[in-house]
Design a protein. Structure first.
Length: 682
């Protein structure tokens, strides 16, 4: 860049001469934004003979940029000359807390630095913590923060200490150390002379954290004042603006029963999170939006928030909300280590309300209370205890007494009145009317709007089996292949390939009208600008199978519930599609996908069976895999291993010879050395 040359060369006349030379030379060009580009051959030649000079120029340019406080560019140049330590030092001086969000340039440089080097600089470590929040186990991040805090040099500035403190406090709050975090903040504020009003952005951030902790422990009037004062000072950074607005909505307005106000704050928080480009915080805001909508009875908003949350969590690995997402989307899963306590409690409440049997609801309600008590936020604990009281009716009074104690720890008269009304079994529960309606409704299994079976060709509408014409069935299946809008032109081409465009589109319109009439529900299929899509409430078996396999793929070992889930998935994948589905050419990729999933699940179950000493089950699965693909070496290996485990060496040898003969006949190759070694055939 021209500014790099000007920074490196004292003689600006030389830079101007270079610019003039670039106008005429075929070996040097200059772009409109001031970047010089040299012919590759000339560049290689100069680098070969003048590498030391290049390093010297880069070092001088980096030094000048640093003097002018252009620390990110200085760090880039230090990296270009291979000096990571100098790059880390320069980047560590950039005051990222003043940016709207860490830039792509900043993130790119940071990702190039060794982790050990990053941990020497509080600012750099803080940004890595920001990027990893909600994606890994919070206790792991807290351990890092604690370790860095203990080893900070005495001469570290208050601002650098604050970078570590921010995340130490946040991580403590996520694992239930709310009061301890508040005490630590108060002590830090006192030691650094922070008064009753913040005087700069640094103190504004302290007020934000104090407000956040106090809101979560129920001191919402005081928290509201601190967060409102902090917002103008911290609002310049998108993530801090998002966090402040989210707390004002989810931790204050919602606790007061002001659900419309809470929704407005959360949507504003979501806008800020989207601007930052940090999907872990987008997921955080979407989770709050989903739970708030569920609590206030806004079903359409709940579906919309939770559907987007599911997409963000799965695409970006935001594991802290994985269990809540599964519960919100109606899936029966179990929390993992990375799931955040609050969202385990909230997910358990959602799961309890939608459980088909009281025993299952009771199990979820008890787990919700356990997670909420560990999280130690009185509002969440209050809701969890009410949930338990509804399903554990023999101890209703006991649970509601405890819920009342939690409500009194929140400075919310509306919440206290609502809990009292529930305890006294009144007809009107105030701010918790919608919540109680969810919990008290008749315990029947929630019937999906529409169910489409891609593995067996079935269609059920509101729980009833449907018989559709072949063309109507084809249209519905085409819409169910993926969770996306299918363009009208694609549907017409798939289903009416022999007709011209006009006739095909007309046939599509007629078929769509008839399909909707047969389904008896206009909402099941939505029309967009470019085509048609299934409603979010429609259940497609292959979507759920894909999701389950994707989640379990990363599990090193299967829990009992996961094994049961995978067995049920395998049974669905073994179904045969109706002949007419197999004749649709456009369905062939999906047919292959179903068979690939069947093999993947069979391999996983067989390996799991062998690890638990169940050789007969492993053998059954292996034989099914071999029946589908005789050249499947992994299946052959499982079968041979299973026979050997059962003490049948003869059968193991027959399996090996059969595989060897098949390979020679079909692929003209030999089995691998590993499979030969199993039977001593090397």
């Amino acid at each position: 860049k021209i500014e790099d040359l000007q920074a490196a060369l004292a003689d600006h006349g030389a830079v101007r001469a270079l610019a003039d030379f670039a106008k005429e030379s075929p070996f040097l060009t200059r772009t409109a934004d001031g970047v010089f580009s040299m012919h590759p051959l000339l560049s290689s030649l100069l680098l070969e003979h003048h590498e030391d000079r290049r390093r010297e120029v880069l070092a001088r340019a980096a030094e000048t940029h640093a003097q002018e406080k252009r620390y990110q560019r200085a760090a880039e140049l230090h990296l270009a000359r291979g000096d990571q330590a100098a790059a880390a030092q320069a980047l560590g001086r950039h005051e990222v807390i003043r940016d709207h969000a860490p830039s792509m340039q900043y993130a790119r440089i940071l990702s190039s630095l060794d982790r050990a080097l990053v941990q020497r600089y509080p600012r750099l470590w803080a940004v890595t913590a920001l990027l990893r929040m909600f994606c890994i186990d919070t206790e792991e991040l807290l351990d890092e923060a604690e370790s860095l805090w203990r080893t900070l040099s005495p001469d570290v500035t208050p601002l650098e200490r604050y970078y570590i403190l921010v995340f130490r406090i946040l991580f403590m709050s996520y694992i239930g150390l709310l009061e301890e975090a508040e005490e630590m903040l108060e002590r830090f504020a006192s030691e650094n002379g922070v008064g009753d009003e913040p005087k700069n952005y640094f103190e504004g951030y302290l007020f934000y954290l104090l407000g956040l902790m106090r809101a979560r422990i129920g001191d919402i009037d005081r928290a509201e004042r601190e967060l409102t004062i902090a917002l103008p000072l911290v609002g310049g950074m998108d993530i801090m603006a998002s966090g402040t607005l989210l707390a004002l909505g989810a931790d204050i307005a919602r606790v007061r029963g002001e659900f419309a106000v809470a929704r407005q704050f959360i949507d504003r928080a979501l806008e800020s999170a989207r601007r930052s480009g940090l999907f872990n915080f987008v997921a955080f805001d979407l989770a709050e939006g989903a739970f708030g909508s569920w609590l206030s009875g806004e079903d359409a908003a709940f579906v919309r928030y939770s559907a987007e949350l599911e997409d963000v969590v799965q695409r970006n690995g935001v594991r802290g909300f994985a269990y809540f997402t599964a519960a919100a989307r109606g899936r029966n899963e179990e929390p993992a280590d990375a799931d955040l306590l609050k969202w385990v409690a909230c997910g358990r409440m959602v799961a309890a309300a939608s459980a088909s049997q009281n025993a299952h609801a009771l199990k979820h309600a008890r787990a919700a209370v356990a997670a909420a008590q560990q999280y130690r936020s009185p509002f969440i604990e209050c809701l969890a205890l009410i949930t338990l009281g509804v399903f554990d009716y023999l101890h209703f009074d006991e649970h509601l007494t405890a819920a009342g104690e939690c409500a009194r720890r929140c400075s919310s008269p509306a919440l206290q009145a609502a809990v009292e009304a529930i305890a006294q079994r009144r007809a009107d529960y105030g701010m918790l009317n919608a919540f109680m309606a969810r919990l008290q409704r008749e315990r029947v299994e929630r019937v999906p709007l529409l169910e489409v079976g891609l593995t067996d060709g079935t269609v059920r509408c509101a729980g009833r089996a449907m018989t559709l014409s072949e063309r109507e069935h084809a249209l519905l299946v085409a819409l169910a292949l993926r969770r996306e809008t299918v363009p009208r032109a694609r549907l017409a081409d798939w289903l009416w390939p022999d007709l011209d465009d006009y006739a095909a589109r007309n046939s599509l319109s007629v078929c769509m009208h008839r399909l909707r009439q047969h389904l008896g529900n206009e909402q099941a299929i939505t029309r967009g600008k470019d085509g048609y899509a299934l409603h979010d409430d429609v259940r497609v078996d292959l979507w759920e199978i894909d999701r389950a396999v994707s989640v379990l793929r990363s599990r090193p070992a299967l829990a009992d519930s996961e094994r049961t889930l995978l067995e049920s998935v395998y049974e669905k994948l073994r179904n045969r599609r109706p002949d007419r589905m197999l004749q649709w050419e456009w369905f062939e990729p999906t047919e292959r996908r179903i068979n690939e999933l069947r093999l993947e699940v069979a391999h996983r179950l067989a390996a799991d069976a062998m690890s638990h000493g169940n050789a007969r089950r492993a053998l059954e699965l292996a034989e099914e895999m071999i029946g589908y693909d005789p050249c499947d070496e992994a299946a052959r290996q499982i079968a041979i291993t299973a026979y050997l485990a059962l003490g049948d060496r003869g059968a193991a040898m027959r399996q090996y010879r059969q595989y060897r003969d098949t390979l020679l006949a079909e692929l003209q190759c030999e089995p691998s050395d590993s499979i030969k070694a199993l039977v001593g055939a090397n």
